[in-house]
Structure formats: C-alpha cells, structure tokens
Write a protein that binds this ligand. Structure first.
Ligand code: ASP
Ligand code: MG
Length: 455
C-alpha cells in the first residue's frame, strides 16, 4: 500500500485535478489518495466564518456566492458534457446550500465553524471521484475520513482508533490495484463533532493513514521540488535537500518550514515509513526522501519561526531564602501548564529562566502572574532560527561555523545539545532575514552553486 497526498495547489485547478487523476491511475498496486481542499478554499472558508462571527451577513453571503462561482467554473472546465456537469453540481449543491444557510446564523458556534472549514476537502474529493470515473474509468473507493480519523480531548490524533476503523474499510476492497480516496485535514473530535487537524493538516492525515494502513511509503505532493535548504521566500538562492532523517525533518517542520505540517513526521517515524516530498509540476524530479537514514555529518537546512516572545524570569532573592530552587521551578512549570503556553525553548541557570514561547494572549497573563515569584522581562517580536542537520554533540565544529556565520547579529538565546539534529537560535525578527542569508552564504555556498535548479 502506498499513500499519496496532494496539497491545495496540486489540485488547485481543473487542469491540475485531471493531471493528478491521470497520474494516480497509472500507479500499480494498492494506494490511498488523500486530498487537500483546492488552493484558496480553506482561506475563503475561514474568512466566511469570520464574517458570520462578526455578523457581516451581506459580506458572508457574498463570500458564498464567490466560492460557488469559482466551483461552477471549475466544473465547467473539468467536465465536458452538460449531463455530467449537472450530476456533479447535484452532488455539491447541498454543500453550498448549507453554507448559504449559515450566512445569517446569529447563534454561530465554534462547532458550526469547524463544519464550514471541513467542506473544502469534501468538495475536492468529490470532484476527484468524478474525474477518476469519467476520464480514467476508475471507481475509487471513497473512505469517509470522518468515519476513522479521530482526535482526543487534547486535539491529538488517536492512532489506535484510526487503525481500528480504517482497516475493515481497506480489507473490504481486496483488489490488488484498489484506489482509495479520502479527505485530508478533517476529523471527528472527542465529542463526535466535526473538527480538523489544524491548518496544513492534510500532511498529518497522510502520515496517520500511512501508519494505520502499514503503508510502504508516503508521498506528499506539493508544488516545489522537495524541502529546500532555506526559505525561498526570504533567501534568493536555495536548493533542495535530497535526504533527511525523520528527526531532522521533524525539527524543520516544527521550526517553521511551511512545506510540512509541524507534527506530521511523528506517525511515519513511529512506523518507520519513508516519506517522499514530490513536485506535481515536475513529477520526475527526485524531491526529498525522509527516512531513518541520512547523510551524516552535514548541516542540511535552515528554517525560521516568527511570532515568538521571550521571557526572562529571575527569582526574587527573598523567595530564595525561604524556599529551595525547586519550588521556583515547580511554580514556573505549573504556571506554564496553567496558561497552556506553547514553549519552544527553555534554558535555566541558577535563579533564572529564559523561555521562548509562541506569542498568544495568555503569555501576558503568565508574565503578570510570574511576577509574584520574581522579576519578569517580556520581549515580543522574536524569531527562532533553526539550523538543522546531523550534528550530534560528539561531532565537532558545527557550533563554531554556525555562530561565525552570524557574528554581526545579536543572538538572544542559543539552544544546543538537547537534540542531535539542530542548533536553535533566537534573534529579533528585524534581524531574521540577515541571519538566514548569512547562514546560507556560509553553510551552503558550495551546495547552492552546484545545484542545477538555480537559474
Ligand atoms: N485545507 C487545509 C488548509 O488549507 C488543510 C491542508 O491543506 O492541508 O490548511
Ligand atoms: Mg501544506
């Protein structure tokens, strides 16, 4: 079994949908195809929900009309006969009717919002099923993601539940060339309501399904040739990284590489299933292979995550006299848990703490309450820059090369040694671009020059 996930741009037009259908129909063996919503759709649905929340009824209605018009023209282009267009439109009409019925909903709940967000993947999967039937003569077996993909009370996926409910659906279609088709991103939550795996979550669906189906490989198809060694939106010259260890890829995804959902590597790593990142616009390009093997002793890539705040906490001396250090440690840790902060990095030395967190309204509350224990310095507008590669502590020289590269940039925090795969820095967001360019220039100059992709 192989799992193939196609992202929003890979199914972003009638032409792309036809190309994907053609490509998957040519693959021998059992396969599960997972789709994102067509590009722009989830953004449009997010915006629609926001308008309903703001009671902008007129604008909400316009958003549905615009979305409906877009899909009308996709259907027009995708299917040749009017009988077929009518049939497809009949399949989608209830979705648009439902969206329209929500545009004046004064009692709009979070639950309604999640339901709205789920429609994009249901639409793209429906269009693909018709395309496969009409143009490839293939009846894909539809797997309703809502019947097996479940998250728990903490929003975490439940692998055992997924496997238990997916397996019978797969065994019910024993054809050695069966093509299964399912929606990425969407799921059921612990209350049985429609929910999702957060933005970009179709990657996560792919690796969770891969794990549950014990797939031999997971292919994630996007619109770029694999994962690049720096962010192409920030740095002019980048080149694809051909091999990454699961651990390296997980850190890049976590620390801002937009090509992958932040937590999607874990299921593949648990089940030891290689992930290939491939390009639908250039299917023969080698892409990036993520597996348990990697090229050793190499810095592979740089990524960055904005929206970070830094908290410097220093225990009041008078608290010290009465209570041991561990009371302070416990108090701060409990406070982090109470406010549910997303802590990315944490260092502690003696009486002080330095914490890099994702900025959120709760951070200010945390900072206020932490003042009971000590002084608090709260700095916003920080960026985490992660330098990722195979560079365990016993391999010498990486740290100095990395720090040399950015010796004219003020570094607010350094984390090294808790992972074998990264050295992570915090810099002011104003210095991010300069830091990323300097790192590329110093670490990848030769690699980037050799790359045939650079025009
Ligand atoms: N459609 C969802 C999004 O835009 C999920 C995904 O594409 O992976 O975030
Ligand atoms: Mg994506």
């Amino acid at each position: 079994m192989i799992v193939l996930k196609f992202g929003g741009t890979s199914v972003g037009s009638a032409q792309r949908i036809r190309a994907v259908a053609h490509m998957v129909s040519a693959i021998a063996g059992r396969k599960i195809v997972i789709l994102s919503a067509m590009s722009g759709t989830t953004d449009a649905l997010v915006q629609l929900a926001q308008r309903i929340i703001n009671a902008q009824w007129q604008e909400a209605e316009e958003a549905v009309v615009a979305l409906e018009a877009r899909y009308h023209s996709v259907i027009e282009e995708l299917f040749e006969t009017s009988a077929l267009r009518k049939e497809v439109w009949q399949a989608l009409a209830p979705i648009f009717a439902e969206l329209r019925s929500q545009t004046h909903n004064e009692a709009f709940t979070q639950n309604d919002e999640k339901r709205i967000l789920s429609r994009g993947e249901i639409i793209s999967t429906t269009l693909m099923a018709f395309t496969l039937r009409e143009y490839e003569n293939l009846n894909a077996v539809h797997l309703d993601a809502l019947s097996f993909m479940r998250i728990n009370h903490n929003g975490e996926p439940e692998p055992q539940h997924i496997e238990k409910h997916l397996t019978p659906l797969l065994t019910a279609a024993p054809d050695p060339n069966a093509l299964f088709l399912t929606e990425g991103y969407i799921c059921i939550n612990a209350f049985g309501e429609i929910d999702n795996l957060r933005r970009g979550g179709s990657d996560y669906t792919a690796t969770l399904v891969g794990e549950a189906a014990r797939a031999e490989a997971i292919e994630i198809w996007t619109d770029i040739d694999g994962l690049h060694n720096n962010d192409p939106r920030v740095v002019n010259v980048t080149s694809p990284v051909r091999r990454l260890h699961f651990g390296e890829a997980a850190e890049l995804a976590h620390f801002g590489s937009k090509i992958l959902h932040p937590t999607c590597i874990e299921p593949a790593r648990r089940a030891n299933i290689p992930i290939r990142l491939l390009n639908t616009l250039d299917p023969l390009a080698p892409g990036t292979l993520i597996s348990c093997e990697t090229s050793r002793d190499m810095v592979k890539a740089v990524s960055a995550k904005d929206g970070i705040s830094l908290l410097t906490l220093r225990r009041h001396p008078h608290i010290k006299s009465g209570s041991p250090l561990c009371d302070y440690v416990i108090a701060i840790t409990q406070l982090i848990a109470k406010h549910n902060l997303c802590v990315d990095l944490l260092t502690t030395m003696g009486d002080s703490y330095l914490i890099a967190v994702e900025e959120a309204p709760e951070v200010a509350q945390f900072a206020e309450e932490a003042k009971e224990w000590g002084s608090v310095l709260y700095q916003k507008d920080m960026t985490i820059v992660a330098v990722v590669g195979d560079m365990g502590w016993d391999r010498m020289g990486f740290e100095s090369r990395i720090l040399d590269a950015i010796d004219d940039i003020p570094i607010r925090m350094i984390s090294y040694g808790s992972s074998n795969y990264s050295l992570v820095l915090v810099v002011g967001t104003v210095d991010k671009k300069r830091a990323m360019i300097a790192l590329s220039d110093h670490l990848f100059a030769n690699i980037n020059l050799q790359s045939p992709e650079i025009g």
